[in-house]
Structures are given as C-alpha cells and as structure tokens.
Write a protein that binds this ligand. Structure first.
Ligand SMILES: O=C(O)CCC(=O)C(=O)O
Ligand SMILES: [Fe+2]
Length: 329
C-alpha cells in the first residue's frame, strides 16, 4: 500500500454554512457545496446548525454503549429494519469495528423497541431527535444541489427525500476498538466502498477516514472540531448525471492502528423507494455506472436498486431488506 498523505486542510473543501437558510447567501453556498461534491465528493461543513451539545450527547451515549460487555449487545443483532448491533470482526468482511444501527422512519424505534439493546430503551427520544436534526440539514444540502444545478424546482431533490420514507434514513454509530495485538494480518477497519444512497453526514471524534482524492491518491480527511463531513452516495451521483460524485473511502490499520480507538457516527439519507433514477442532463453515457460491483441502469427505482444490492450480497431470499445494511456492515 502506498503512503497516505496527512490531512490537508489547504486543499480539502471546508465550507461555512452559517447562512445556508438566508436567501441572499444561499446561491453562493450552493455553488461552493456543489463544486466540492463535483470534485472531491467530500467536504467539511463548519458553522452548521446541529448543536455541539446534541452531537456530544449522542457520542457519549455511544461510548457508554460500546463499553458494555458483549452479553448486553450481541443478543440484539441488526434486523431487516436496520435496527441493532453488529460487533467487531462479525460482519462478512470481518472488519475490526462495531456498529449500532438506528434505521427506519420517525417512530420506528418506539414501534420496534424490542430490536434495540435495552441500554437504548431510555434514549429513543434523543436518537430520534438527533436523526431529525440530521435530516433537516440534509434537506438544505439537497436544495443547494438543485439550485447550483439550475433545476427549475429548487426542491427537486429535497421533495423526494421524505423523513418518513420507510427504507432510507438510518443513523449508524461506529466504534473502532483498541487492542493490544492486531486481530488479523491484512484485515481492514472498514473496507473500501462508496455509500449507496444520496447524502451521508459523518461526525468524527478523531481522524482516521481515508478518501480517494480527485487525483486518485488516498488522503486522510481532516478532523476539525464542530465540523461535519459530508459525502454522497451512488444513487444521487447517478441521478445527477454524474455531476455529483460518490467517492470511495475506507478506514485502514495504517491510519488507525489496532492500538487506537475511534468513534464516528453516520447519518445516511436515501431517496424514497419509488424514486426513478433517470440521469439529469439527458446526455447518453457510454460508460456504465458501476458501484460496489453492480451496474446502475437508467429508470431503475431507488427501491429496486436497494433490493438488487441486497440480493447480490445475501441472495434472492432477502427481498424486503434495507439497502444500507447490505452495503455498509
Ligand atoms: O468510520 C467512518 O468514519 C466511516 C464510516 C463509513 O464510511 C460508513 O459507515 O459508510
Ligand atoms: Fe461510507
């Protein structure tokens, strides 16, 4: 593996979104965000509207939860509704990280509380509130894309990302444990992948994520206090006619050695399942859009795309499962 550059704040896009709701400043912010998403497919938001206290609270809850003995977590494996836990070295790729998933529309954590490890029973409201704050910010970003792409309706993307969409929106708390000895030669913390949906918000407590830079080299993303890392998924990249990019990223033992712990949290937002993915701009693309070993075809729905990803990973029995789980666990 080649060496990984240190985070470079000089070239990595960092965008101030304090005025994202102001009609006067929105067009300029929209241009900056869209430019970053067309080149890097990643950016850091600073002065964003999600209170630091909310972010820290969910991080602290996550830390308490991940510190519990396995007996309090393992009996609640992730379910088809994308609610539940998966421990280190337990997913198909044996990645050395743990995840706690909170999938589904508002209310589903109340409705399917039995899927949750008991630790979370007293914290459902806080998690749902945090998901709601994340969703509101994603909607702002989606308006920015439509404005900068000069679509006739600035809500073109946002109106197709309902918060109560049954499949799309999930919060994932991640914990990369520290160990005295490396668990496996050649293993990964999180394998190279692109996200599948539309927009991901990533909160980090320390550095460790690597992304493919526009020049093709792997670089570490900067990790600055009170910022949110944003990246895009394949469905939106395809739908935008490839104006927006879904960029490969990963976490390796090289940048996050086994002796080092790391916590992050990702909010994944995907379009409503009935949304038809027809590339905007209308140009005929001779090169197929390939992502995570699958081709996305024109006219496919977000729901069908999700189903195919599931089937490609789990086989044809998994018809009604959620997309996120399939790609990211
Ligand atoms: O741990 C991280 O920071 C990356 C998480 C990620 O890429 C994902 O969950 O899809
Ligand atoms: Fe990811």
């Amino acid at each position: 593996m080649g060496s990984i550059s240190e985070p470079s704040n000089a070239s990595f896009p960092i965008i101030d979104v304090s005025q994202i709701s102001s009609p006067e400043h929105q067009p300029q912010i929209a241009r900056q965000i869209t430019e970053a998403c067309s080149t890097w497919g990643f950016l850091l938001l600073k002065n964003h509207p999600i209170p630091t206290s909310s972010v820290n609270h969910v991080f602290d809850l996550g830390h308490q939860f991940f510190s519990l003995p396995s007996s309090k977590k393992d009996p609640y494996p992730i379910t088809p509704r994308s609610i539940g836990y998966i421990g280190p070295l337990a997913d198909a790729k044996k990645d050395d990280k743990a995840s706690m998933w909170f999938g589904g529309p508002p209310g589903s954590l109340d409705q399917y509380g039995l899927d949750l490890p008991p630790f979370w029973h007293d914290h459902v409201e806080e998690i749902q509130d945090f998901k709601h704050k994340c969703h509101s910010l994603v909607l702002h970003l989606l308006v920015c894309f439509a404005l900068a792409m000069e679509l006739p309706d600035k809500d073109f993307f946002a109106s197709k990302h309902l918060e109560d969409n049954s499949r799309g929106n999930a919060l994932r708390l991640l914990h990369y444990p520290s160990r005295d000895t490396s668990p496996r030669e050649g293993g990964t913390r999180m394998g190279t992948h692109t996200d599948s949906g539309s927009v991901t918000l990533l909160f980090q407590r320390s550095a460790g994520l690597e992304v493919k830079s526009p020049s093709g080299s792997w670089v570490q993303t900067p990790c600055l206090e009170d910022t949110i890392l944003v990246n895009l998924g394949d469905a939106l990249a395809f739908w935008s006619g490839r104006k927006l990019r879904a960029t490969p990223h990963r976490v390796t033992f090289e940048t996050l050695p086994s002796g080092k712990e790391r916590q992050s949290m990702a909010y994944f937002c995907a379009a409503n399942p009935e949304t038809v993915l027809e590339p905007l701009g209308g140009e005929e693309e001779s090169v197929a859009y390939e992502a995570n070993g699958m081709v996305i075809e024109r006219g496919i729905t977000v729901g069908e795309y999700g189903k195919r990803i599931m089937e490609s990973i789990y086989g044809s029995k998994m018809k009604e499962e959620n997309t996120k789980k399939a790609i990211e666990v």
